[in-house]
Ligand binder design. Sequence first.
Ligand code: UD1
Length: 427
Amino acid sequence: MVMEVFRIQGGNRLAGQVRVTGAKNSSLKLMAVALLATGKTTLRSVPNILDVTIMAELLRRLGCEVTYDSATEIAVIDVPEKIEHRADYDLVRRMRASIAVLGPLVARTGSADVALPGGDAIGSRGLDMHIAGLERMGAKVTNDHGYLVVHAPSTGLTGTQVYLDFPSVGATETLLTAAVLAKGKTVIDNAAREPEIVDICQMLVKMGAQIEGIGTSMLTVTGVAELNPVEHTTVPDRIVAGTWAVAATITQGDITVSNANPEHISLALDKLNSAGAHVSIVADGFRVTMDKRPKAVDIVTLPYPGFATDLQPQFIAMNSVAEGQAMVTENLFEARFRFVQELSRLGAEVRTDGHHALVRGKSHLSGAPVEATDIRAGAGLVLAGLVADGETVVHAVEHIDRGYVGFEQELARLGAKIVREKTQDFK
Ligand code: UD1
């Protein structure tokens, strides 16, 4: 099978400017939110990644007309009055974020048949809180031949108080999008507070939804009869911005990141500061400069505003070449340390025990073939390859392409020696 790889020669310092696109984890959800209103929704700053193509196809199957222009990064979604309610396995299995249509479908049509999702291989990622919340709002939920089948009563969903066991991003989105058209008041307690959730809330409010407590862990939604289509610009991708910040630190470089909100990654930037980097705020973003080997920094991933799990592999990569040792604790996805085995192929010294990883910094990594197991693991391996001696070949770059637009081109522009190549893989 012909696959693509990144071939990297390590040792170059990165310097220059990069502009971040809109957040993948917001854009995909905003596209699904469009289903809540009949008519034309226009979304700006939608990144040109495969997942956007998959979500566009999913919306088309539900009856929408969707256009996406990669040059302008504008997606237009025209939603008919009557939409279908089935999200097929062939699309959902390719992208877990397909579950974002669940709430809008139940709210709009009273039912949803959504294939149980696949997506990144980074943990079990249950749906129990999505289901329990919808049931509390009056829905009947069954698991039927690999599909989650949801039916609202004929009178629609009813607002209620929902407590989430854990501030799940996905469950908060499902309940929020179900509640905006429900009868009465829904209170989502222990809600996720990620900037992408705030972005969705802001778009919903523009559409006519009534939501209080935006950005807090208690969202109060008062249902309305209908919502209107709007224009909306996606929040910048804080994980991509954070990846560039680590790239500057690990390569002892100097990168100015624009279209970025430093407040959204303040904890990560503070960690880089502790590692010895100089972080300054500039118009429309931030700048990270570094002139020495980084110091190892401890990390504990937590729901926002805690340290983002999606930046954990990049920080493990940095710690693996840092001075000293660091403890990294992963609290969100149990399988996220799978990438450590790949990093070890470069000579990194990382010991894992349950959800802890002890990283002992080494003065040198040595280039080797490695495989990306998910988007962020892939980014972490590329960063490690940038500082490893000799050649690193990162396989399965299709994972990286799902989260980073033209990653290798941007890296090359900043001074990295990296090329995309086709290769024959036995898969
Ligand atoms: C989203 C992001 C992902 C990010 C994560 C945490 C998208 C497309 N993906 O994923 O990049 O890493 O937030 O910031 O936006 N869980 C349950 N039951 C549930 C819901 C979740 O057990 O009903 C568990 C999951 O198995 C997982 C953890 O909670 O271990 C986090 O899940 P959640 O916050 O929902 O993340 P996602 O929405 O899947």
